[in-house]
Ligand binder design. Structure first.
Ligand SMILES: [Zn+2]
Length: 273
């Protein structure tokens, strides 16, 4: 396979929380005086949105939207007693918008369909189809000024609020209160995504994957990010969007001042020329 890097699309924008946002640490250990369901924070103690959370959620939404969630198109990434436990879409198809944008893993993969038919199935090697992942999602840092002092005064913690949730036992009426930390609505994070444009075996991507990525952004706006989305958390929107294109030849030039190829206040207003 011949792969040439033609250029890079760079999307800079802000992610604004419309409702409270909870992206967990994946760690429920209870520190003394700590909170039992904390949000991820950077080394300075400020909440941020990990690039991996953005990428993972957008990939999942695109798998559904592109019709890739079928037993013969899902590979098993975690199994339990020879049963598929966690499946994601992965395939060998060259122009697959999901695999092309979000990437494929090396090694052998067994589809959900094959594993159900034959628990000993070894799977197939996708190495022939593996190309460098086109999408890079950077960690999105909190814009401190988006949480003004009058809001910070009312927060439970320095940058976040704490919600109590109750599960009530239907027989005993015993309540099981649980704390959950959230970034407050209105907070903004500065985000950046890069989409590599390749020419593979003489076929140029052009803006195919850029357009697919914009679709993934729109899907995310109508879904949720992080945890407890069905209970109100995690609505986000993309604002102040700027898209740049850097041709591979631009990297040889001395001055790096680039004009965006598209700008918009929101995704709805965005037009690619
Ligand atoms: Zn695929």
């Amino acid at each position: 396979m011949d792969i040439i890097l033609k250029g890079k699309y760079i999307i800079k924008c802000k992610i604004e929380t419309v409702t409270g946002l909870h992206i967990g640490e994946g760690n429920n250990s209870l520190e003394i005086g700590g909170i039992d369901n904390a949000v991820v924070k950077d080394a300075e103690g400020k909440p941020y949105i990990p690039g991996s959370s953005l990428k993972g959620k957008m990939r999942a939404l695109m798998e559904f939207a592109e019709g890739k969630v079928r037993d013969n198109l899902l590979v098993v990434t975690v199994r339990k007693n020879d049963k598929p436990e966690i499946c994601i879409h992965m395939c060998k198809e060259k122009d697959c918008p999901v695999c092309g944008l979000f990437g494929r893993n090396h090694g052998k993969h067994v589809t959900k369909k094959n594993l159900i038919e034959n628990p000993q199935a070894e799977g197939e090697d996708f190495s022939d189809a593996v190309i460098p992942t086109r999408l890079i999602a950077r960690d999105a840092k909190l814009i401190e000024s988006s949480i003004p002092p009058e809001i910070r005064e009312n927060l439970d913690l320095e940058w976040t609020e704490v919600k109590f949730e109750n599960n009530i036992d239907r027989i005993t009426s015993k309540a099981n209160p649980r704390q959950s930390e959230r970034v407050p609505a209105g907070a903004q994070f500065s985000a950046e995504f890069v989409i590599n444009r390749y020419e593979i075996d003489s076929k140029d991507d052009n803006d195919y994957y850029l357009k697919k990525f914009l679709k993934a952004m729109k899907l995310l706006e109508d879904d949720y990010l992080g945890g407890q989305g069905s209970r109100g958390n995690g609505k986000v929107r993309f604002v102040d969007i700027e898209i740049f294109y850097k041709d591979s030849s631009d990297y040889e030039k001395e001055s790096g001042k680039l004009k965006p190829i598209a700008t918009a206040k929101s995704l709805d207003e965005l037009k690619l020329s």
